[in-house]
Design a binder for this molecule. Structure first.
Ligand SMILES: Nc1ncnc2c1ncn2[C@@H]1O[C@H](COP(=O)(O)OP(=O)(O)OP(=O)(O)O)[C@@H](O)[C@H]1O
Length: 319
């Protein structure tokens, strides 16, 4: 097949994407660019528009406005055989055997069945599921069935993998295995685009993220750049509770006994340290912590979006 080589810097691009259902704008003018070979996370609460965005990028639904390019092709479905897609709605034929289900999913994307069957067994063995290869899906646990579906998503060795909420419904062990699989695929040069409402997955895995809320992109860039939106936080404990050194602390420092908390000043920590030492404040403890992606998310998308993310995660843990 011609055009197999990735020559474009982005595996997926969307510009000005809009999707309206009735008079509701689920996606409200989104620009997104996923670098080829990267792990890219679309992060946002339920109903933010993530699924709609992914479906438009893949060509499953058409946008009402805007343009998209998938592996260099402006008609995304033309690249379907080079894409692996795990939809949010999971499901395999319950009576199909695990290896057969994987081969079947490969066949839907153009992989000859014989090859698919052989690869299915290799993949199952690689995930500790060789004993389940000839068992019907209905006899597998939910997590195992989800792993089988995931293996079916990658069996035809796609150049781009798109996973819609892939961590949902998996226990911590299977979530860890999925993270490892995503990393392995990316190391082999595959582009991985996934959606999630769990900030920790995006923070651990992604080179770049897009934060989506209310159908709009609130941030797109590296995890590190998102975290840099907030100043590092200082926690200082002094032996003395008063002295001239106090004027060196930022005026908005919060105080509890002899513990002071404040954002790292523009000039850095050194001028303050000097004042503390010269003033004999006595430094009991000092820490400077860079905010995590969760705090950055709150700053970027707002408290209510962050609460929605937390609620979805808690609901899932219960369910
Ligand atoms: N086919 C549809 N018809 C009507 N409304 C829709 C349709 N698909 C999505 N929506 C609405 O568009 C909004 C965005 O949905 P979408 O599924 O894209 O969000 P999401 O971020 O993926 O969240 P979730 O994880 O809950 O699916 C939601 O309010 C949803 O109810």
């Amino acid at each position: 097949m011609t055009g197999d080589q990735i020559t474009q810097p982005y595996a997926v691009e969307g510009r000005g994407l809009v999707k309206t259902f009735g008079d509701f704008r689920a996606v409200d003018g989104i620009d997104i660019a996923v670098p080829a070979g990267s792990i890219f996370g679309v992060l946002g609460p339920n109903g933010a528009g993530k699924t709609t965005l992914l479906r438009m990028l893949l060509g499953i639904i058409d946008p009402d406005g805007g343009e998209r390019t998938l592996l260099g092709e402006t008609e995304p479905l033309k690249m379907a055989r080079q894409v692996g897609y795990l939809p949010e709605e999971r499901g395999l034929y319950p009576s199909m055997k695990a290896a057969e289900a994987i081969a079947f999913m490969g066949a839907l994307r153009g992989l000859p069945l014989r090859e698919g069957r052989a690869r299915a067994r290799e993949l199952l063995a690689g995930h500790g599921l060789e004993a389940s290869a000839d068992k019907p899906i209905r006899s597998l646990s939910k997590g195992m069935a989800q792993t089988v579906q995931l293996l079916g998503t990658i069996v035809h060795q796609p150049r781009l993998i798109v996973l819609d909420e892939p961590f949902s419904g998996l226990d911590a062990i299977n979530q860890g295995k999925l993270e490892a699989l995503i990393r392995r695929e990316a190391e082999a040069g595959v582009t991985v685009l996934f959606s999630t409402h769990v900030i920790a997955h995006a923070e651990r895995l992604c080179e770049r993220i897009a934060i989506v809320a209310g159908g709009r992109i609130r941030f797109e860039g590296s995890v590190s750049t998102a975290r840099d939106r907030l100043r590092p936080q200082v926690r200082l404990e002094t032996r003395a509770s008063d002295g001239p050194w106090r004027s060196a602390l930022p005026p908005d420092a919060r105080v509890d006994g002899n513990i002071w908390q404040f954002a790292l000043p523009d000039g850095g920590i050194e001028p303050l340290l000097k004042a503390l030492v010269d003033g004999e404040a006595g430094i009991e403890s000092l820490s400077i912590e860079r905010p995590g992606l969760h705090d950055a998310f709150v700053a970027i998308a707002g408290e209510s979006a962050a609460r929605e993310m937390g609620k979805a995660e808690a609901g899932e843990a219960q369910g």
